[in-house]
Write a protein that binds this ligand. Structure first.
Ligand SMILES: NC(=O)C1=CN([C@@H]2O[C@H](COP(=O)(O)OP(=O)(O)OC[C@H]3O[C@@H](n4cnc5c(N)ncnc54)[C@H](OP(=O)(O)O)[C@@H]3O)[C@@H](O)[C@H]2O)C=CC1
Ligand SMILES: O=C(O)CCC(=O)C(=O)O
Length: 427
């Protein structure tokens, strides 16, 4: 029987991780919330945290235990909503921050949800397919009591996908005694998934990126883009930007950094990743020093991997004039300040990557009505919501002379706190 000796991450201080970054962002927006600032403490603590032990039997007969989390940060505007991450660095601080950013994001694009997130502290690449299935099902059973189509609706995030959502939906349904397709989104199309959900986050990154380029008075054609993370979000965003005439001059994943001044062939690279699981080994020049990625000469930088990637250590070296945050929380607040000083425009995560949850909302609505829309309808509605949300945030940022992040937080936090105030506190 495998015994884990490492202290659970939830016993380590929370404020130094992503949750600390989130708290600082809330402190920065508070002076702009007027009388609603009275309620701001609501945003500084999650509503509900569930930490579960996830034991599985490994293929070799040993038992392994993993830390699992589901955090519901806020449900003032509707059920909790947010993805599930399988990653070796998942911690309580991270899941709390990711859940909180969902609260702000869902309100910023005005979908009727609160914010939630879940995860398991595991590197799924070290498990077999059957072990991942057993772990997913056990985790779902453990969090079964707090999720549900009207309570909290998980979805994919890092290292989770349509198959994981199918297992979650099946496990939840078995526990309920009837099929509940609305309990998760990002499902396979054959199980009530939505057309366009797989591409939605990358597409949203592209839509707001194109809007930002327009506002800067530039032309996307020929612009040089560097993308960190070549998974669901980074890979699809890179493809859409290259199809629109931009050049993807650098791509980084965990294993490698590829560069090509003339622009990488993104279709071929996606094909390579499908077969090899990483961009490593693709026929392109490789940058040996992974940290040098941040110094590359480019017009647009798209962090689409994990949080806390842009820090004071690399922010001053960044040459891009526009950053579009595909990942959640990629820029720490101190780096935000450095980039602001340098005149770099940042389209923040809570707007830039909201395309995924927007189409998750469409999926949930389609599941309830058992009536499914065409991909064109979905993409058109997604584009409209993203453009309108971006325009509102842009206008507010100009009016109040604040960053796009602060403006997006003003929009999101105001909606959440207004709902909180109107609902009142007592049963
Ligand atoms: N999926 C979705 O719908 C949404 C995702 N997001 C956010 O987007 C980000 C990416 O998610 P998603 O694309 O779904 O995840 P995926 O698992 O599909 O892809 C993650 C990518 O990031 C890379 N990566 C991981 N660690 C590093 C690192 N240290 N340095 C460089 N690259 C790294 C991975 O490379 P490798 O495979 O080599 O580890 C992989 O290419 C996350 O922040 C997520 O929260 C936001 C909104 C919605
Ligand atoms: O689609 C969803 O419900 C959530 C996606 C997500 O986890 C995110 O936006 O970070």
């Amino acid at each position: 029987m495998a015994i884990q000796h490492e202290l659970p991450s939830y016993l380590r201080p929370l404020e130094t991780g992503p949750w600390g970054d989130y708290l600082e962002q809330i402190d920065r927006v508070t002076p702009h919330l007027g009388p609603l600032a009275r309620w701001v403490e609501t945003l500084k603590r999650p509503k509900r945290i569930l930490i579960v032990d996830v034991p599985i039997e490994r293929d070799d007969g040993t038992i392994a235990h993993f830390e699992g989390y589901r955090v519901q940060h806020n449900t003032s505007r509707g059920p909790g909503k947010g993805g599930v991450r399988f990653h070796q660095d998942v911690s309580l601080s991270e899941v709390m921050a990711l859940a909180a950013w969902m609260t702000v994001k869902n309100a910023a694009v005005n979908v009727p949800y609160g914010g939630a997130k879940g995860g398991i502290r595991v590197n799924p690449k070290t498990l077999s397919h059957a072990e991942v299935q057993r772990m997913t099902r056990r985790y779902t059973s453990e969090i079964n009591i707090i999720i549900g189509p009207n309570k909290d609706i998980p979805a994919p995030d890092v290292n989770t996908n349509e198959q994981i959502m199918a297992w979650m939906m099946d496990t939840y349904s078995m526990n309920q005694g009837s099929t509940a397709s609305g309990v998760v989104t990002g499902k396979p199309i054959s199980l009530g998934g939505s057309l366009g959900r797989h591409e939605a986050t990358g597409r949203g990154v592209f839509v707001v990126g194109a809007e930002a380029v327009k506002r800067l008075g530039k032309d996307l054609k020929g612009m040089r883009i560097a993308v960190q993370g070549f998974g669901n979000v980074g890979g699809i965003a890179a493809r859409l930007f290259s199809e629109a005439g931009a050049k993807i001059v650098a791509v980084q994943d965990h294993a490698a950094t590829l560069i090509n001044e003339a622009g990488l062939d993104i279709h071929a690279l996606q094909n390579h990743v499908r077969h090899h699981g990483s961009i490593a080994g693709f026929a392109a020049e490789e940058l040996k020093d992974q940290a040098a990625f941040w110094e590359l000469d480019c017009d647009i930088l798209i962090p689409a991997a994990l949080e806390q990637q842009i820090t004071p250590a690399n922010a001053h070296k960044i040459r891009a004039k526009l950053i579009i945050e595909g990942a959640n929380g990629p820029t720490v607040p101190a780096a935000d300040d450095i980039l602001h000083e340098k005149g770099v425009l940042i389209v923040p995560d809570v707007i830039a990557n909201a395309g995924g949850v927007t189409v998750s909302y469409f999926e949930w609505v389609q599941d309830f009505s058992s009536f499914f829309w065409t991909e064109d309808e979905i993409n058109q509605r997604l584009t409209r919501i993203m453009q309108e949300a971006f325009a509102a945030v842009w206008q507010l940022a100009e009016e109040k002379k604040v960053s796009l992040r602060t403006a997006a937080f003003i929009v999101g936090c105001t909606r959440v706190l207004r709902a909180r105030e109107m609902r009142g506190l007592y049963p």
